[in-house]
Design a protein around this ligand. Structure first.
Ligand code: ZN
Length: 335
């Protein structure tokens, strides 16, 4: 069903034109294009089809990727993207308010289900906290997080943040090591989110300083390294976070191991060390980030000892345009 609209038009009112005056066109307010199209009301179990988003659209924020699918079980069978879009001003047809409020009621009702669902899901923070003055990778910028405006002086707290793009728990984009490599904003969001595997190289413990991470160690977990997979390996090195040796003595990929991983064509490689390798740092980055491989490297993860073998990885970078890396709030979702 389409809601009918009239095109905007200009008319001249000739009835009350005093002689000698030029007729002034009366511009009728434009009537907006269809507010939404739909295939039946939600009560009937049908779904709202995507309406074209236009500038100034008031998106009610219920698109499939934003969680509608989770909140509306009957929509799981629906193909295509789901959204309800309304454009102000609300000049709909006589039925539109009824339809719109019915939709709103319907779309907000399953909140109770969300609560039930959240009880079944556990979130584990895989990020180290960021704070003023903490250690940074040698030769990287220092981190400063300081008050810019304060409650006492200004009635509001605003902070000034300065740090390198590879501070703390963060990820590397290919542009980090390749001038023509993809930057943060050029990597599809799907690369930062999705099912992931834990490869625990030190179950129940931690590897010693400067342990080489060899092909043989990863081959034992070869089934986790499927094309397109997200793989996080654990060495236990995060226990040294905050100490200088965290950056200098870490268990490190051998170049052969980095090449072995690159050949598996996985999508994301995470680790609890601040960089993949001190043995062959630059070469390992080249192997993992080069064109055609372009693995998202997530460094400095925490709490990997709390992860099961399978989980959902979430770790979006800030949307810096054209840049090489960004701190992330990495989270494991466990269902
Ligand atoms: Zn990095």
């Amino acid at each position: 069903m389409y809601l009918k609209t009239r095109p905007s038009r200009t008319t001249v009112d000739r009835r009350h034109r005093p002689s000698g005056l030029v007729a002034q066109p009366t511009r009728h307010p434009p009537v907006r294009p269809p507010v939404f199209c739909q295939k039946g009301l939600p009560e009937t179990g049908h779904f709202v089809r995507r309406a074209k988003r236009r500038s100034h659209a008031l998106d009610l924020g219920l698109r499939r990727n934003g969680g509608l699918r989770e909140r509306l079980p009957h929509n799981r069978r629906s193909p295509g993207s789901l959204s309800l879009v309304a454009r102000p001003p609300f000049r709909y047809g006589p039925d539109s308010h009824t339809i719109l409020s019915a939709l709103e009621r319907h779309l907000t009702k399953p909140l109770a289900n969300d609560e039930d669902r959240s009880k079944m899901v556990r979130l584990i923070d895989l990020s180290h906290p960021l704070e003023d003055g903490q250690l940074s990778y040698p030769s990287d910028p220092e981190i400063h997080v300081t008050p810019h405006r304060t409650m006492d002086a200004h009635g509001v707290n605003v902070s000034r943040i300065a740090m390198g793009s590879h501070q703390g728990t963060h990820l590397d984009a290919p542009f980090h090591f390749f001038a023509d490599g993809a930057a943060l904003d050029e990597i599809p969001l799907e690369r930062f989110y999705g099912p992931a595997r834990l490869v625990d190289l030190a179950p129940g413990g931690a590897l010693g300083p400067k342990t080489p991470l060899t092909v043989e160690m990863f081959e034992q977990h070869a089934e986790a390294f499927e094309p397109g997979a997200k793989v996080v390996y654990r060495t236990g090195w995060d226990r040294t976070f905050g100490r200088p040796e965290f950056f200098t003595d870490l268990p490190s990929l051998t170049l052969d191991a980095a090449r072995w991983i690159a050949e598996r064509r996985i999508a994301l490689l995470g680790m609890d060390t601040p960089t993949p390798s001190k043995i062959a740092g630059r070469e390992c980055h080249y192997a993992l980030l080069e064109k055609g491989v372009e693995i998202v490297i997530v460094e400095g993860l925490a709490n990997l000892d709390r992860l099961p073998d399978r989980f959902t990885f979430v770790g979006f970078p800030l949307n810096f345009r054209g840049r090489d890396g960004s701190p992330i709030r990495a989270v494991a979702v466990i269902e």
